[in-house]
Write a protein of this length. Structure first.
Length: 336
């Protein structure tokens, strides 16, 4: 069995406009481990949502995959079947969505239809994918999933989205994502606008689903503190590039890329001294006017002359970690 369930192979994604084209993701090669949780972190506009949504071809218009392949490994009876989903036409993609890969969107209120009850939306999805039309079986399946995410199924099924709290709607979306027993769930900032206690509850629930059902997950977030507790692997994105990737413990312990170090140092703690926080100076890069050399060099406290000359190529280490920095091998705990 292939250890990866999804592989991005040199994927670039463009947004062609009238007068110019914006490259939102550039040459990303990344494997999503089967049965594990992989987090993609970075500031807004780093490309993490664009990259992840490309798996199910849900990139915002007019975005499109400009080059590279996205490969899904379908394991049947212990043998992997390689499926290049980036080449799918809409007719082929429709049965792939939700059955093989589902998504929990950033704003549950926007993802749920305000004029349909929860049960109507669940049943509509089941029927659209050719599932059993027996109403009793459909209702039993919906109740099973809602109870699994710790909701009062009888009440919630007959409710409209506006009758539910933010945390309840997010749990409905999680149950929704499990409806057709997918192999992979994409989580786009799943706790946005929720209070801290509800956020913790949601993440514990997601981790339980991952461990009990062996469902692979991709989590997009700008909150790197969540990653330390929740994820197994971390990919750090900046300006559409994957600048660092590795196991979560290695990422937090070694911080080989200066941008990763900056994200961690800028994370507040309820027990830490706020005066010791170190924000990353400057602003994220303008994708229409990228700097020469390493795109992080204008904000990097360790930048040298070589950094502003030519963009560094990806460096892969024996432990599976990789990154884009001229001093990636030498850096340890934020120091060269």
């Amino acid at each position: 069995m292939n250890e990866n369930i999804i592989e991005f192979r040199n994927v670039s994604i463009d947004y062609p406009l009238r007068k110019y084209t914006i490259r939102a993701v550039t040459d990303v090669t990344l494997g999503i481990k089967r049965g594990k949780i992989t987090a993609l972190v970075g500031e807004s506009g780093s490309g993490k949502t664009t990259l992840s949504s490309s798996i199910i071809q849900c990139i915002s218009e007019p975005g499109k995959i400009a080059s590279g392949d996205i490969v899904f490994f379908d394991n049947v009876d212990g043998e992997d079947k390689k499926i290049v989903v980036s080449k799918f036409k809409e007719k082929e993609m429709k049965p792939f969505r939700w059955k093989r890969v589902s998504m929990v969107f950033q704003a549950a209120q926007s993802a749920l239809n305000p004029v349909m009850t929860v049960e109507q939306q669940f049943v509509e999805t089941l029927l659209a994918h050719g599932e059993d039309k027996d109403k009793q079986k459909q209702r039993a399946r919906c109740k099973e999933l809602l109870e699994y995410v710790k909701l009062d199924a009888e009440r919630v099924l007959s409710s409209y989205p506006h009758e539910l709290s933010g945390g309840m709607k997010q749990r409905v979306m999680i149950a929704f994502s499990l409806l057709l027993n997918p192999d992979l769930i994409i989580l786009d900032e799943p706790t946005t606008a929720l209070d801290v206690i509800t956020q913790s509850y949601i993440f514990n629930l997601l981790k339980q689903i991952n461990r009990e059902k062996n469902i692979s997950m991709i989590l997009m977030t700008h909150d790197i503190s969540v990653v330390a507790k929740f994820a197994d692997y971390v990919g750090v994105m900046y300006g559409g590039r994957l600048v660092e990737y590795g196991k979560v413990n290695d990422i937090f312990r070694k911080r080989r890329h200066p941008y990763t170090e900056g994200l961690i140092n800028a994370t507040p703690s309820i027990i830490g001294d706020i005066d010791k926080l170190k924000p990353i100076e400057g602003s994220p890069p303008d994708l229409m006017n990228l700097p020469k050399g390493c795109i992080f060099s204008p904000r990097c406290p360790y930048a040298q002359e070589v950094c502003v000359g030519e963009e560094p190529s990806e460096i892969c280490l024996e432990d599976g970690s990789k990154g884009r920095c001229y001093f990636f091998k030498e850096r340890d705990n934020g120091r060269k």
